[in-house]
Design a protein around this ligand. Structure first.
Ligand code: CU
Length: 131
């Protein structure tokens, strides 16, 4: 059940890219724990119960990609207690991670990203809206 859903989410993400859905995305930059992270997030195209996709690019203090990091992503609504939703993280190239999760309600959401590598840890909060 879970595996099938994840496969569908990946397919949906690929179709989205092929359809040029990336044009409705924006990029934000963050710094914490010695990491620099840029997050490509959906602008306003996220629909409830559909996969929301983020691309996270991480570099270290030396400017090198942070590959094979432990990246965890949790989606939640900051103004409500309706749950924490762990997102799926896949490293698609060294230091570049694809994050996918499914928001279950309309409204204001955040993706909280925790990146750990070589004893350093950074936390980044990316807001997004679900309609
Ligand atoms: Cu909610």
């Amino acid at each position: 059940m879970l595996g099938g859903g994840a496969a569908l989410a990946v397919i949906a993400g690929v179709l989205g890219i092929l359809n040029g859905a990336t044009s409705s995305e924006s990029v934000s930059g963050y710094e914490d724990g010695g990491f620099q992270v840029s997050v490509q997030a959906p602008d306003s195209a996220v629909r409830v119960m559909k996969p929301a996709e983020f691309t996270v690019t991480a570099t270290g203090a030396n400017g090198q990609p942070v590959a094979n990091a432990d990246l965890r992503a949790v989606l939640y609504m900051p103004d409500m207690f309706c749950g924490l939703f762990e997102a799926e993280v896949t490293e698609i190239s060294p230091g570049v991670y694809e994050v996918q999760g499914v928001p279950v309600m309309k409204g204001k959401w955040v993706a909280k990203l925790t990146l750990a590598s070589d004893g350093n840890q950074g936390t980044f909060v990316q807001p997004f809206k679900v309609s």
